[in-house]
Design a binder for this molecule. Structure first.
Ligand code: PLP
Length: 392
């Protein structure tokens, strides 16, 4: 038998369920797309202008692995002003999106066979990264009764002698939930007691509806928290691929070593654009935030009118809708929504094995699409549920 086979890790890597829906929905041009998790806005023009200027000035070469000095300084200011995180430029690494921050952090923290705690539901890439690193993902539950906010007890119950890292995500994808400060403190106590690293994914830090989220790092007393941020969502810059992480000198230099072999550095032009984003007028951020808040109110209003349960988003731009009343699996529900009602949404099981009672919808669609799409989802839950009740 040939030994030229793909690695075991890559063979075991599942596809993201979000991409599966994306491909299926693309077969139906009239399908309303509520599955995509990226801002519906263009990148603000002052950011694009800065990129054009950088290109015209031939700022087109490799940069230092950790990012250009001006950007790291701008990030230090942003972290202090908006997240309450006190850091030095050397504590910050600019990465190819938050994805690369997360992957290189995990690569620096775990060995094959170690366990990484991730929430169920959670953004599927955590599970995929864990698999690629030949570590084991262990899920802790998020419960609708707790508004999908994790509890310290649920996390602690999953810890074993192999647990190395706890991943938190606030505001959360797909939950739309924010972890309040008191809960963050309880969870951090658990991490301290079991001597775990904590990777805090805060890419939605500037997308919130009521009050801003609390960052974990200011509550950290002993350098165990790595915080990850991104330009993708805040500035509608998903395609530019700029993210960053901040952590203690104990671990950041080790993560930086993983940057050279994997990505070397972030696109030089995108780094200049990122400086313009951070240093420039923040009105664009508030405008987008307000638009998401308006869509959130629209969606929750429609769901309330139909008597459907869901997790009320307090940040990010997603909500998880409870479809248990429809009396079918999430996969069947999603497939029928595409073929019969022309609405694309993501099955909850794409986010974790215990989340099959949910579907995720994204608020990053137009008001009109949301109005029609959510009404169709709500009607389907009620109609298909009563069809089953009559049949049985
Ligand atoms: N973390 C979460 C929770 C996300 O939802 C996403 C993107 O959807 C990312 C990280 C990745 O962000 P980036 O585009 O910066 O890689």
């Amino acid at each position: 038998m040939s030994t030229r086979t793909p690695s075991v890790a890559i063979q075991q890597l599942p596809r993201s369920g979000i991409r599966v829906v994306y491909d299926e929905a693309s077969k139906y041009p009239d399908c309303i797309r509520l599955e995509v998790g990226e801002p519906s806005f263009p990148t603000p023009s002052h950011i694009k202008d800065a990129a054009s200027e950088a290109m015209a000035a031939n700022f087109t070469r490799y940069t230092p692995n950790a990012g250009i000095a001006d950007l790291r300084e701008a990030l230090v200011d942003k972290l202090q002003q908006r997240n309450g995180i006190v850091a030095k430029p050397d504590d910050v690494i600019v990465t190819n999106g938050a994805v690369a921050s997360l992957y290189t952090s995990l690569a620096a923290l775990v060995d094959p066979g170690d366990e990484i705690l991730i929430s169920d539901p959670s953004w599927p890439n955590y599970f995929q990264m864990t698999k690629l690193l030949q570590a084991n993902a262990v899920y802790y539950p998020l419960r609708l009764a707790n508004d999908l906010v994790p509890t310290a007890d649920d996390i602690e119950a999953q810890i074993t002698s192999r647990t190395r890292v706890l991943i938190l995500n606030t505001p959360g994808n797909p939950s739309g939930a924010m972890i309040p400060e008191a809960r963050l403190r309880e969870i951090l106590d658990v991490a301290r007691r079991h001597d775990l690293w904590v990777v805090s994914d805060e890419v939605y830090d500037e997308i919130y509806f009521d009050r801003p989220p609390v960052s974990l790092q200011p509550l950290d007393t002993d350098g165990r928290v790595l915080s990850v941020f991104s330009f993708s969502k805040t500035y509608a810059m998903t395609g530019w691929r700029v993210g960053y992480l901040v952590g203690s000198p104990e671990i950041v230099p080790h993560i930086l070593r993983a940057q050279e072999p994997t990505t070397s550095c972030v696109n030089s032009i995108a780094q200049k654009a990122a400086i313009a984003a951070i240093r420039g007028d923040q009105a664009c951020v508030a405008e987008m935030r307000n638009a998401y808040a308006g869509r959130c109110a629209l969606v929750t209003g429609i769901l309330d009118d139909h008597g459907i349960s869901y997790s009320k988003p307090t940040g990010a731009f997603y909500t998880m809708i409870d479809i248990s009343r429809a009396g079918m699996s999430d996969l069947e529900f999603v497939s029928r929504m595409i073929t019969e009602r022309r609405v694309a949404i993501v099955p909850g099981s794409a986010f974790g094995p215990g989340s099959g009672n949910f579907v995720r919808i994204s608020l990053a669609a137009s008001d009109d699409d949301l109005k029609v799409g959510i009404s169709r989802v709500a009607e389907a839950i009620n109609e298909w549920g009563s069809d089953r009740a009559v049949a049985s």
